[in-house]
Design a protein around this ligand. Structure first.
Ligand SMILES: *[C@@H]1O[C@H](CO)[C@@H](O)[C@H](O)[C@H]1NC(C)=O
Length: 175
């Protein structure tokens, strides 16, 4: 189920209360190829003892409002990935302004990828990301203890043009 804008804002408004609950660790990142062609390539991998995201993103087209970005969260339960019923889908510029700029961009400390919420469209080109600590990515707090998978796809008319699958492990935070 994809939530439109208002319920989403309510979700994020209540986020502060749950933020302290989990510690998250990045487990893996995999690129998702397009259905017929991949215009947005995410060549990222997890490196080092701190499980940081590193690599490059190669955009073969401008990421403009022609495209939508969808994010869906899955939780591993009894060996199966189940939809958590949490997901958002926005046109690219809205996604960048609301979701990306707030929840992902702060992790991109060493990157030439635009982090400004007004950076839209994102021009085609190759962007690097070095040692991004996604463990603080607050979307993880929507998950449950254990393995959680976030599937981000860039699409147009229900055709996927690239994306990435990010798996994090959430553990209860000890006080
Ligand atoms: C990290 O990413 C940068 C930028 O893409 C790349 O130059 C470097 O080789 C990568 N390091 C590792 C260990 O993969």
């Amino acid at each position: 189920m994809l939530f439109p804008g208002i319920p989403l804002l309510l979700f994020f408004a209540s986020l502060e209360q749950v933020r302290a609950k989990y510690e998250s660790r990045l487990e893996s990142i995999k690129r998702i190829d397009g259905d017929t062609e991949t215009l947005f390539e995410f060549n990222l991998r997890v490196i080092g003892r701190d499980n940081l995201a590193n690599g490059s993103m190669n955009f073969l087209a401008d990421l403009s409002d022609e495209f939508e970005v969808s994010t869906l969260l899955y939780v591993l339960q009894r060996g199966e990935w189940r939809s958590s019923n949490i997901g958002v889908c926005y046109k690219s510029c809205t996604y960048i302004a609301i979701i990306y700029a707030t929840y992902f961009a702060p992790s991109f400390k060493d990157s030439n990828f635009p982090i400004d919420k007004e950076s839209c469209p994102i021009k085609k080109g190759e962007y690097y990301v070095r040692n991004a600590d996604l463990s603080g990515a607050t979307w993880a707090n929507f998950g449950k203890t254990g393995l959680n998978k976030c599937i981000i796809t860039i699409r147009k008319d229900d055709v996927v043009f690239g994306g990435l699958e990010v798996v994090v492990v959430l553990t209860e935070q000890r006080f």
